[in-house]
Design a protein around this ligand. Structure first.
Ligand code: PRP
Length: 217
């Protein structure tokens, strides 16, 4: 009798990381459905022949699914991990979707005593300015952060810069880099022990692709 391999559930981030993450999984040799694309409305994708099941979730929610154990693994940006500080294992830097977390503002801004900083990442911003010994007031927004300095809601922003296009198109400049960001493979702590064999296989196959890509750069 053959013992069925343990099934793994992977939380995948909808949005900008998705295509690159899926591509990596395909390159690692997993035969995921050819018709699976980011614009599909399906929130679960079963791949029984690979013993895999995928959940399509908002990027900021990936650590929640993994921490609660409804997903064994997840793919998520380091920005989310730095902001959330969840009880999960970070297994692998997938090196995909590179960008940076930066402070930005208008080029002609004046120096103010306690500047207002608009951001989707209040903890990262708070921690960064505290480490710099600078007092700021953090204004928490959920998107379109670049608007804040243009309409007087904030003096500066802390946000992700990828191509730099959003800053440029809104007349903002990057002032300081806080952190380099890439996507990571994360694991639930209990799954890591209880499903160690399939998790290690998944990890090894992805790590192999990441190393090959790193070597060919
Ligand atoms: C992110 C980020 C910036 C933009 C940076 O926003 O918050 O606004 O992308 O990318 P760029 O440097 O390539 O222009 P996202 O597209 O996730 O939308 P949001 O502002 O609605 O969160």
């Amino acid at each position: 009798m053959t013992i069925p391999a343990e099934k793994l559930t992977v939380a995948m981030p909808k949005g900008r990381i998705f295509e690159e993450a899926l591509q990596l999984i395909r390159e690692a040799g997993y035969r995921v459905p050819a018709e699976w694309a980011e614009d599909s409305r399906k929130l679960t994708v079963e791949v029984p022949e690979e013993n895999l099941s995928f959940l399509m979730v908002k990027p900021v929610d990936v650590p929640t699914y993994v921490e609660h154990g409804v997903a064994d693994l997840g793919v998520v940006g380091k920005d989310v991990l730095l902001e959330e500080d969840r009880d999960i294992y970070e297994l692998l830097d997938l090196t995909i979707s590179p960008c940076r977390m930066s402070v930005a503002g208008t080029p002609d801004r004046e120096t103010v005593l306690n500047p207002k900083v608009a951001t989707k990442y209040p903890r990262i911003a708070d921690r960064y300015f505290r480490e710099q010994g600078q007092q700021v007031e953090v204004v928490h927004l959920n998107g379109s952060v670049e608007l804040a300095p243009l309409i007087g809601l904030a003096d500066r922003i802390v946000d992700i810069v990828s191509t730099g296009r959003t800053l440029k198109e809104n007349g903002l400049v990057e002032l300081e880099e806080i952190a380099r960001i890439t996507s990571r493979l994360i694991a639930n702590r209990a799954s890591y022990r209880l499903k160690s064999a399939p998790i290690h296989r998944f990890y090894e196959r992805l790590a192999h692709v990441v190393n090959e890509k790193g070597g060919s750069k």
